[in-house]
Design a protein around this ligand. Structure first.
Ligand SMILES: NC(=O)C1=CN([C@@H]2O[C@H](COP(=O)(O)OP(=O)(O)OC[C@H]3O[C@@H](n4cnc5c(N)ncnc54)[C@H](OP(=O)(O)O)[C@@H]3O)[C@@H](O)[C@H]2O)C=CC1
Ligand SMILES: O=C(O)CCC(=O)C(=O)O
Ligand SMILES: [Mg+2]
Length: 745
């Protein structure tokens, strides 16, 4: 029965999840063969995406298909069944590093031009812009998101709580956000009564018009917004916050999402760099211009560039950088041993993961001396920053949340069809001159939005289509019905965009039976407090949010509740009927790779992959009437629960069970569960033998896996490692490999 519908696509991505896949996928493929299901792969790694986009620069034998474009098509098909591991949403410094590695490996791809001048350079830059930032998820997320902690994970965390730093009322940590001049304060929003085509037009102060984009086709019922962040207000805000951090004796730490908000946030980040290190960037302004220094790529970019200039001048600049610290507050560090601060690389501190980590750590971050210290978390955009202040206030009042007692905040998030900020990337502009930005209906010339902007302001337009909103409301009601938990729409009637959504939510709720359900609408700050109160009473609550809060909350609450978002079940019911199964909410854990190559221990926990794969089998079973796939799904879930209770998750420390060892135990428990079930006799027989072989060889396999630890590992690359070496490193047990290879379905 090998047809299109019996196929699962598993993505090959980057960093830790890509390493883990090399060990885990052969296990999944072996088990899937027993129910006639193929698990095929799609390489959407950063390196793979660069190569696919520059095919015309490569020798024919080096060319690779555009797997992301293929997946983008696939997710529109009702038969789609995709398992997606986290991938790098690349910042420019990450792209540069990947390009250098690929070039060194003989791929003649072009350098990323900083300041494209010729037609060819402009074309090359445009291709890299397509590869940059969050460009995978918006393409394949053709559905809204349903993320939650499965009961087994929650119960395990209750019994084996992760550490939670103590919170004292005396903590000086706090969130600082703009109270004017930011996107929120200038936001305009409307719902379209009819389909139309609009253009974005800039008019300078002399009346000259430039069409930034035209022919933007919008649908009836679509909610569109436009807003801008004032450069002057942002820089003034940074100055004030730097001063305030110094006066209060707390660390200055910036939290943005330069990867997902791939156009606007690198600029927001760059201003923080040039304000914090103002003395240097102003003193050497002309030189830096000649050298093409790019503050949006962080202080690390400056250090890299001055490496190339003569000793004396370089030392002078370096001394001037150090001198900045005298007048500035202490700065939060990413790696104090290596002197890497929060302002070095735009993708090192990503707000969704960095703020919960700070909250878990008693509101502290690392200072230059490698000590924990209270911090000022600077989150310029005020739209969602308040939620973190609310959590901090709550912790100051009530102490840290107790993972042994608290309930859970799950999430239903709006993201389908490039909803909200996901759709803003090609409609975000850094203004070269002051003037007016207008969104104009092309049919009748009517001005839909108008903003007076100044040089350097960041203007953007977002959109969210009506069908995804209807789907989102339906998903929220479905989850509320299924769980009996209250569902809270985190929408602020005072924010223009959310006021439009509230009208739609109230309208579309009428399409469903909501009798007996608790469905509430609250502003994000109120909803934060309410949700904390509910979970502190041990009860659960569903957060129903827009795209950015989806991202923020699905790291925030999981990290507080179960220690990491990697253990979440993360499902995207695709709007055309297919299923996209993401692995947790976690990222690609660059630190894990560093540890792996240094000491041969991979601490990545593939629990998210286990959960996603079970959900994928379950979906396939329903979609194709494959009863065996259903048995595989149920037994995989049972094996995952057993793995948790038996403590066979990866340890953080070298020479203890790591990612590979946990995969062995998953295979063992899964085969045992299949051998023990009575729903399918054929599977029972087949897997009884496999279970026996895996059990009989436990000591030998674990020994072979452990022997691979405790020393450096060479996988020959970071973004494009050697397949042969990485596979060998991730599958070091000959015994396990031959047992799997010997399995016949
Ligand atoms: N869906 C997607 O495709 C996503 C991609 N990303 C990308 O991931 C990269 C890193 O992002 P960042 O914000 O630093 O987030 P990460 O989630 O990668 O890192 C934060 C920390 O979370 C812990 N963690 C995350 N996943 C796991 C896991 N499976 N097992 C064990 N621990 C885990 C690790 O903690 P510890 O070090 O203490 O072990 C890790 O250092 C970026 O390139 C980003 O663009 C980020 C989010 C989602
Ligand atoms: O798309 C991205 O860049 C990251 C997405 C993310 O962090 C998430 O979906 O939780
Ligand atoms: Mg996230």
């Amino acid at each position: 029965m090998s047809n299109a519908e019996s196929k699962i696509f598993y993505t090959l991505t980057d960093e830790a999840p890509a390493l883990a896949t090399r060990s885990l996928l052969p296990i999944f493929q072996t088990f899937a063969s027993a129910c006639d299901v193929d698990i095929d792969t799609k390489d959407i790694s950063l390196a793979g995406r660069i190569l696919a986009n520059f095919s015309h620069y490569l020798k024919p034998e080096q060319r690779v298909p555009d797997a992301l474009a293929e997946l983008g098509e696939l997710v529109l098909q009702p038969s789609a069944n995709v398992i997606k591991t986290p991938n790098i949403s690349a910042s420019i410094p990450q792209i540069r590093a990947a390009v250098a590695e690929l070039q060194a490996k003989g791929f003649a791809i072009p350098d990323l031009p900083d300041d494209p001048q010729t037609e060819e350079e402009i074309e090359i830059r445009a291709i890299y812009e397509r590869v940059k930032g969050s460009n995978v998820n918006p393409v394949i997320r053709e559905g809204n998101s349903d993320r939650r902690a499965p009961a087994a994970v929650k119960n395990y965390a209750r019994q084996n709580p992760h550490s939670m730093g103590e919170w004292l009322p005396s903590s000086k940590s706090h969130v600082s956000t703009m109270n004017g001049g930011d996107f929120r304060s200038s936001e305009r929003s409307m719902t379209l009564r009819k389909a139309c085509s609009v253009k974005i037009e800039f008019t300078d102060k002399y009346g000259n018009k430039t069409v930034k984009q035209d022919g933007i086709e919008l649908l009836k019922g679509e909610v569109i917004d436009a807003m801008f962040m004032s450069k002057k207000a942002l820089r003034k805000f940074y100055e004030e916050q730097i001063e305030d951090a110094k006066n209060k004796g707390v660390l200055f730490s910036l939290h943005v999402k330069a990867t997902m908000m791939k156009v606007s946030h690198p600029i927001v980040f760059g201003h923080a760099v040039t304000v914090f290190y103002k003395d240097v960037y102003e003193k050497y302004a002309t030189l830096f211009e000649e050298l093409n220094v790019q503050p949006n790529n962080g202080l690390g970019n400056l250090y890299n560039i001055i490496k190339q200039i003569s000793g004396d001048l370089r030392e002078k600049i370096e001394a001037d950088i150090m001198a900045c610290y005298k007048d500035r507050p202490a700065i939060a560090m990413v790696d104090s041993d290596k002197g890497i601060s929060n302002l070095h690389v735009p993708s090192d501190v990503i707000v969704d993961a960095s703020m919960p980590a700070m909250i878990r750590n008693s509101g502290k971050m690392w200072n230059m001396d490698g000590e924990l210290q209270d911090a000022k978390a600077v989150i310029p955009e005020s739209t969602y920053a308040y939620i973190y202040q609310e959590v901090i206030d709550y912790c100051k009042e009530h102490g840290a949340l107790d993972p042994t007692k608290i309930g859970s905040v799950s999430n239903v998030g709006l993201m389908a069809q490039k909803a909200e900020e996901y759709g803003s990337h090609d409609k975000t502009y850094e203004m070269q001159y002051g003037g007016y930005m207008r969104v104009i209906d092309e049919a009748d010339g009517m001005i839909l939005f108008e903003h007076a902007v100044e040089e350097g302001d960041i203007w953007r337009m977002c959109q969210v289509k009506d069908a995804p909103i209807q789907d989102w409301v339906k998903l929220a009601v479905t989850r509320a019905r299924k769980t009996g938990s209250p569902a809270v729409f985190w929408l602020d009637k005072n924010r223009p965009h959310e006021a439009q959504l509230i009208i739609k939510v109230n309208e579309y709720l009428k399409d469903h039976d909501t009798e007996g359900l608790t469905i509430l609408i609250m502003s994000p700050a109120e909803a934060t407090r309410y949700s904390l109160e509910v979970i502190n009473e041990g009860r659960d609550v569903i957060s129903v949010t827009g795209n950015v809060l989806r991202d923020y909350l699905t790291d925030l609450f999981p990290i507080l509740e179960v220690g990491t978002s990697a253990k979440m079940l993360s499902i995207v019911p695709l709007m055309n009927g297919g299923g996209l199964f993401e692995t947790g909410a976690g990222g690609s854990a660059p630190k894990h790779v560093q540890q792996f190559v240094k000491e041969g221990h991979l601490r990545w926990d593939s629990l998210g992959e286990f959960l996603a794969t079970a959900a994928s089998f379950e979906h396939l079973a329903d979609a194709t009437d494959n009863a065996k796939a259903d048995v595989l799904a149920k037994t995989l879930d049972a094996a995952t629960s057993k793995l948790l209770t038996e403590g066979k998750s990866p340890s953080r420390k070298v020479n203890e069970l790591d990612n590979r060892g946990s995969h062995y135990y998953l295979a063992l428990y899964w085969a045992e569960a299949l051998a023990a079930q009575n729903d399918d006799a054929d599977l029972k027989t087949k897997f009884a033998d496999l279970a026996k072989q895996l059990a009989d060889n436990e000591a030998k396999i674990v020994e072979e896996l452990n022997a691979a630890q405790g020393h450096e590992v060479d996988i020959d690359g970071y973004y494009y490692p050697s397949e042969e070496k990485a596979n060998a490193a991730m599958r070091p047990s000959e015994t396990l490999n031959s047992i799997l290879a010997g399995f016949t379905a």
